[in-house]
Design a binder for this molecule. Structure first.
Ligand SMILES: Cc1cc2nc3c(=O)[nH]c(=O)nc-3n(C[C@H](O)[C@H](O)[C@H](O)COP(=O)(O)O)c2cc1C
Length: 403
């Protein structure tokens, strides 16, 4: 990766992680992810956000500093907007190579820095609205708690309008040579649109109320460029990613797309046997349906689809008096990530006294779901169940359409 100039004295650096590792040890990133850092150079020099010691990221960063003729010893400040190790993990290695660097972070960031990295040196703690004068360049810090950890802040360069937004407005997807929104093709934009949704659903979704609060707060600034810590830089049309994030956040309160995500778990095919009838019912109303099988399909992609869909269909048999475990674990993740305010239909087979439905109701009680009558049957689905499956699919699609 090469470094890119954003404005006078402002450069993007960073690294692509593309080695097949999971992000946060959990989420697949088949197309990688970028860890973006930034340099702001006045009389003094600040590095904004760091990288983890991951997939050669530190060496990439060092090479890019070289490209723009910045020596490590000349860096005066390192701003840590967010303490998650993807942006801070290399801090010990970085401090060993630099001289008298002052770490700049929020009050909660300081506590995390000391806890996560046993750091005992000095910290310049900045409160909401505080400024740092680099001589010819000024940075202002705004706290945006819980986007995505409680200590998170953004850094704003007022003169150029560049907002270093950290995880806010970020996306999965490694960067190519073109890193600005006006440089990439329509196809690439589509890719980042999908990957920003998946990133949002996986990483940020549970904090959707703080996201809306942060967007409202930042609206008061004259933002001309969004420079996030993951994904492309928005200089031509930053409002696209701001409004996209607002839309993603609103999915939580029910303003979701008129689509249905179906998640099916089935051991011997008895539950799966009614899927095509449900799909026909849904399609008879012209509503798109996205089908996932568990445990085969990864939760990352299921979450992304479910987050944006107004309707959910969830099918699983009874397993030891409860839901089939892989489906149960999807619902646990839905609960963690606040997959709320959906129109829902649940179905499944059992062989003696069932139990999955009761377990389903208990586990989804707090999700603010509006469930239509479930469909359960003993053993193999007969004509009657297939007809009911069609009708319930149709009914759900109508509810989604009218929502
Ligand atoms: C390990 C296991 C545990 C099961 N536990 C129950 C149960 O507690 N109650 C019940 O009514 N059926 C139970 N069943 C039966 C299944 O729910 C039933 O066979 C169902 O038709 C399987 O649907 P599927 O082919 O979609 O997996 C169990 C089956 C298996 C294999």
């Amino acid at each position: 990766m090469k470094s890119n100039k954003i404005a006078d004295g402002i450069f993007q650096l960073g690294a692509n992680i593309n080695n097949g590792d999971l992000f946060e040890g959990l989420w697949p990133i088949p197309d990688g992810v970028s860890l973006n850092s930034y340099i702001v150079k006045g009389e003094k020099t600040a590095l904004i956000d760091l990288v983890d010691d991951w997939d050669n990221a530190p060496n990439n960063l060092l090479n890019q500093l070289d490209q723009i003729d910045i020596e490590l010893e000349s860096i005066d400040y390192i701003v840590l907007n967010h303490l998650e190790p993807d942006h801070t993990g290399w801090i010990k290695g970085f401090l060993e190579k630099t001289k008298d660097v002052v770490i700049v972070t929020s009050p909660k960031g300081e506590k995390m820095l000391r806890a996560l990295f046993s750091y005992q040196g000095e910290v310049l703690v900045v409160n909401d609205g505080d400024e740092l004068d680099l001589g010819g360049q000024k940075l202002t810090f705004y706290h945006i708690p819980f986007v995505h950890w409680p200590e998170t802040m953004v850094t704003f360069h007022k003169e150029s309008g560049v907002l270093f937004s950290c995880d806010a407005f970020g996306s999965y997807g490694a960067l190519g040579n073109e890193v600005f929104d006006d440089q990439i093709s329509e196809e690439k934009h589509k890719f980042y649109d999908n990957e920003s949704l998946r990133y949002y659903a996986n990483i940020v979704a549970g904090y959707s109320l703080p996201v809306i609060k942060a967007i409202d707060k930042l609206e008061g600034l004259d933002v001309k460029v969004i420079a996030p810590s993951h994904g492309i830089i928005w200089r031509e049309n930053p409002s696209i990613i701001i409004e996209r994030y607002r839309k993603f956040a609103k999915y939580m309160s029910g303003e979701a797309e008129k689509e249905i995500t179906m998640i099916v778990g089935s051991m011997y095919g008895k539950t799966k046997a009614v899927v095509s009838s449900i799909v026909k019912g849904i399609r008879s109303e012209g509503i798109p349906v996205h089908i996932f099988n568990v445990p085969e399909d990864d939760i990352s992609f299921i979450l992304s689809s479910a987050w944006k869909s107004k309707g959910l269909v969830i099918g699983m048999p009874t397993y030891e008096g409860k839901m089939f475990p892989p489906t149960s674990s999807v619902l646990e993740m839905f609960s963690l990530k606040h997959v709320w305010n959906k129109e829902v239909f649940r179905f499944g087979s059992y062989s003696w006294s069932g139990g999955a439905q009761r377990d389903f109701e208990n586990k989804t009680e707090k999700l603010k779901w509006n469930c239509i009558e479930p469909l359960e049957w003993l053993g193999e689905a007969k004509e009657e169940e297939l007809n009911s499956a069609y009708l319930q699919g149709k009914k759900l699609a109508i509810k989604v359409k009218e929502s």
